[in-house]
Write a protein that binds this ligand. Structure first.
Ligand code: FES
Ligand code: FE2
Length: 383
């Protein structure tokens, strides 16, 4: 396989600091070019940008370090209707950390590590309702709604046991536009993540209700999927049906601090959503909000391995649109076709990244600004 590797100068020394020691190890272990290392670690000007190098999509050490990136970000975990009543709760994971979100008896939305302080048992094992207390499934220790240990079977027998010091770690939770997000250790306040979106979308999401989830698995790194989402450059080539619906000449991308927005007017002759526009938001790092008239589809991209991810599509509609079965079927058929086209190309790109044939390439300055935004945001988060 060595003959397939790109020929470049041996990078024996690279100026690195702190967390980037991995770069040093990588650079000294195999041939790579200065361009590779620059494309990974240094801010790129839009006009001359190189994309993240293939190793960032294929190297297990990178995937391991991304756990931190995910735990510092905001993750879309639920829709508000799942957590409407006291005792309603959901269980999920954020980069491998089991988490529990619950509506307390006094109406607060609370989040905790779903990991008991005794021997790691779960407080809840499935999403549902009617949770009366935070009680561990393993040996029955229970905690109050602040996460403090309250009681447990035969705890009096424990010697030198400081009960008051035992607490479930909390996580932060935010509800916005009917969606529930959580973060283990947020890098930015939730309000900063979505600043400006309410003003842009107005009442577009008011009244939409959750209808169904469809999950897909893609054999590609999660960032390959996100990169692909963030540019419309491929739409005329990969998505013939979607291309008829959108007005590619009017397709535009606007990048903000923590999100990018792609938008396009709907072609009146082709649109079964009615007149209006398509808004595609990518929130850092792995949440997409796809907004069309009367309809929201969220995507959450969950890394499964360095070369695999799961994509959850959640569909929401206004009650009026939800009654139109033909339109719902057409909406979901188009989304499914588009998704299969995207997964196919992303998996091909992933195999190319892993092949040794490709290192890094140029990012298009007027058609791939979203990719550039995401990769700059990634460089920042990773550093
Ligand atoms: S692990 Fe929770 S009570 Fe034992
Ligand atoms: Fe696509």
């Amino acid at each position: 396989m060595a003959t397939l590797r790109p020929k470049g100068d041996d990078c024996l020394v690279w100026a690195i600091r702190g967390a980037n020691q991995l770069a040093h190890r990588y650079a000294t272990r195999r041939q790579c070019t200065t361009t590779t290392m620059t494309a990974w670690q240094q801010t790129q000007n839009l006009e001359t940008a190189h994309g993240l190098p293939a190793l960032v999509y294929t190297h297990q050490d990178i995937a391991n370090q991304e756990i931190d990136v995910f735990r510092r970000s905001w993750q879309l975990l639920a829709h508000a209707a799942q957590l409407a009543a006291p005792g309603d709760h959901i269980v999920d994971e954020i980069a491998g950390l089991p988490v529990l979100i619950v509506r307390s008896p006094d109406g607060a939305l609370l989040g905790f590590h779903n990991v008991c302080r005794h021997r790691g048992g779960p407080l809840a094992i499935a999403c549902g309702g009617g949770m009366k207390q935070l009680r561990c499934h393993y040996h029955g220790w229970s905690y109050d709604w602040n996460g403090a240990l309250r009681s447990g079977p035969e705890l009096d027998a424990m010697v030198d046991f400081d009960r008051a010091a035992v607490r479930l770690p909390a996580i932060e939770v935010a509800q916005w536009q009917g969606l529930v997000f959580a973060s283990v250790a947020p890098e930015v306040p939730f309000a900063a993540l979505t600043a400006g979106i309410d003003a842009r979308i107005g009442a577009a999401l008011s009244g939409v209700e959750f209808q169904k989830r469809i999950s897909y698995t893609a054999q590609c790194n999660w960032k390959a999927y996100v990169d692909n989402y963030l540019e419309g450059y491929h739409v005329p080539h990969i998505h013939p049906a979607l291309n008829r619906l959108l007005d590619y000449r009017e397709y535009r991308t606007d990048c903000f601090e923590h999100y990018a927005l792609q938008s396009s007017p709907l072609d009146a002759a082709e649109s079964f959503y009615g007149l209006g526009e398509a808004l595609y938001y990518q929130l850092w790092p792995n949440t997409m909000l796809n907004i069309l008239p009367g309809r929201l589809q969220t995507n959450r991209i969950v890394p499964l391995a360095v070369n695999a991810c799961r994509i959850d599509f959640d569909y929401y509609y206004t009650p009026e649109l939800a009654r139109d079965a033909a339109k719902i079927a057409a909406d979901q058929a188009l989304a499914d076709d588009t998704q299969r086209e995207d997964i196919d190309i992303c998996e091909r790109v992933q195999r190319a990244f892993a092949s040794g044939s490709y290192d890094t390439g140029r990012v298009h300055p007027t058609r791939e600004q979203g990719v550039h935004w995401f990769q700059e945001r990634y460089r920042r988060a990773f550093a």
